[in-house]
Design a binder for this molecule. Structure first.
Ligand code: ZN
Length: 190
């Protein structure tokens, strides 16, 4: 089932996700729904807060980047209770977007190599090293479960330049071909 994607401006995107237990209700179905939602929106990653659950879960399928990095051909993974263990190298810029922030793309600076501890969908524990675009996508999704967005990483100047666009998104003034959920509009005093 496709789920609506929570838009920029909703406080759940600013909240740190909670660790989950193995018996989290309907976890396999939730993972399947998140992949379905992500594919329908042409994303390469989706984190649980983006579908309204404040938990440490995200899914990734980096195969659209196969042309740039052949190693990503079958890079489809589920990350449960991920913890960033280490980051290495010199930060590099890459143009990022986010399904919760449609029509905005900005260069974001991140470390090239990361070490992550996580459980997969079979509850097997891993500690893996990632680099290149895989590391980039994981860092973006990991930020979501930490309550951070890529726009938080921009310079004050860039942020000021896109502020009105971000405000429009949070008011629902966007044209996207996937279903989104916008923050409830604030009640006005009469
Ligand atoms: Zn995102």
């Amino acid at each position: 089932m496709k789920l609506p994607i929570i838009s920029y401006g909703d406080p759940i995107l600013k909240r740190k996700g909670e660790t989950i237990e193995k018996d989290y209700p309907d976890l396999p179905q939730l993972v399947a729904d998140m992949f379905e939602t992500m594919y329908a929106a042409h994303g390469v990653g989706l984190a649980a807060p983006q579908i309204g659950r404040s938990i440490r879960l995200f899914v990734i399928d980096a195969s659209p980047y196969e042309e740039d990095e052949p190693g990503l051909a079958n890079f489809k993974k589920v990350f449960i209770n991920a913890e960033l263990v280490d980051e290495e190298g010199e930060k590099w810029l890459f143009n990022e977007g986010c399904l919760s922030i449609p029509d905005i793309r900005e260069d974001v600076s991140r470390y090239p190599i990361i070490h992550v501890r996580y459980r997969d969908e079979h509850w097997v524990e891993h500690e893996d090293k990632f680099d290149g675009l895989a590391a980039r996508i994981i860092q973006h999704e990991y930020d979501h479960i930490e309550g951070k967005l890529f726009t938080d990483k921009l310079s004050p100047l860039r942020k000021a330049m896109i502020k009105s666009k971000l405000d429009s998104i949070s008011r629902g003034q966007v044209d996207v071909d996937y279903k989104m959920k916008f923050p409830a509009s604030k009640k006005r005093k009469r």
